[in-house]
Design a protein around this ligand. Structure first.
Ligand code: ARG
Length: 279
């Protein structure tokens, strides 16, 4: 029997239309330090953050995606990072429980909004930061991070609640404290990732699951290049991630660059600002 190898670069990639929940950064600021990127003494520019965010949202709409909004609350400067608020699969939302008290009040606000949007919200027992640490790979499985934010026990809970197998991965570099800063899910079979952010056994798991993975370099990881949002063809990523954009293009994806550099001061990128709503 002969197996015909599919050369990835000849694949015709097809986008699928998505639905996202986002939160305007009206009260965005860096007022405390809960990750190594946050320096309250470095000024933030909320107007600039709002303009960058508007472009991100306009980009999603231009690509044909549906965007829902949650109203921001004062005193929750990190609420713009919608990805951390839940993970959704097939109309169910496994809610977040934040590691740090500074963000705790975001969880009920997002859960209420998700209920309004028609999701069955399941509040969690264990600490977990939603899609920051849970990356849904199509209808196949969920890659789940632990080590800094999400409690390992939440992985099993998410598996039960969402009905997809959960594959646990250990994060080891505090700069990449959420899995979505180290891995970008591009489609059902392709990821891009930054191996040094993960433990050796976790890297071995990824090498086995994704033999064709795109490997990002230090420079692209440091500008949150992996904090990208893919619809299976278009990949919205930080404009500063030059080499990664070329790697994506070489593999048949369409890189769509955005400048969300203001959010880097809080340790976030485009994906952090985006919670995917899966009906
Ligand atoms: N300042 C926020 C925090 O440390 C940033 C969250 C980034 N979100 C993400 N999905 N990686 O919690």
């Amino acid at each position: 029997m002969t197996l015909t190898a599919v050369r990835p670069e000849t694949l015709q990639r097809t986008p699928t239309s998505r639905r996202y929940l986002v939160c305007p950064p009206r009260y965005f600021a860096v007022q405390y330090t809960i990750n190594p990127w946050m320096h309250p003494e470095v000024p933030t520019d909320t107007d600039r953050a709002c303009r960058q965010w508007q472009v991100l949202v306009a980009t999603y709409r231009r690509l044909g995606h549906q965007v829902d909004v949650i109203e921001p609350l004062p005193d929750l400067p990190d609420m713009v990072f919608a990805a951390n608020a839940a993970v959704t699969v097939a109309g169910r939302a496994y809610g977040a429980k934040f590691r740090f008290p500074q963000r705790a009040a975001e969880a009920p606000a997002y859960q209420a909004r998700l209920t309004e949007l028609g999701f069955t919200v399941i509040p969690p027992t264990y600490v977990n930061e939603g899609e920051g640490d849970f990356l849904v790979v199509g209808r196949r499985f969920i890659l789940a991070g632990h080590g800094f934010r999400t409690d390992h026990r939440a992985h099993r809970e998410a598996e039960n609640v969402l009905g997809l197998p959960v594959i646990s991965l250990e994060l080891v570099d505090p700069r990449y404290y959420h899995l979505d800063t180290a891995i970008a899910v591009l489609d059902e079979t392709t990821i891009a990732y930054y191996p040094p952010a993960l433990s050796r056994p976790s890297r071995a798991i990824l090498a086995e699951l994704f033999p064709d993975a795109i490997v990002a370099d230090d420079a692209d990881a440091e500008v949150f290049g992996l904090n990208a949002v893919s619809d299976g063809y278009h990949v919205v990523l930080p404009v500063q991630a030059h080499r990664l954009a070329r790697q994506l293009a070489a593999r048949g994806f369409q890189p769509v660059s955005v400048d969300v550099s203001e959010f880097r001061k809080a340790g976030g990128g485009p994906k952090c600002c985006t919670l995917e709503l899966r009906a």
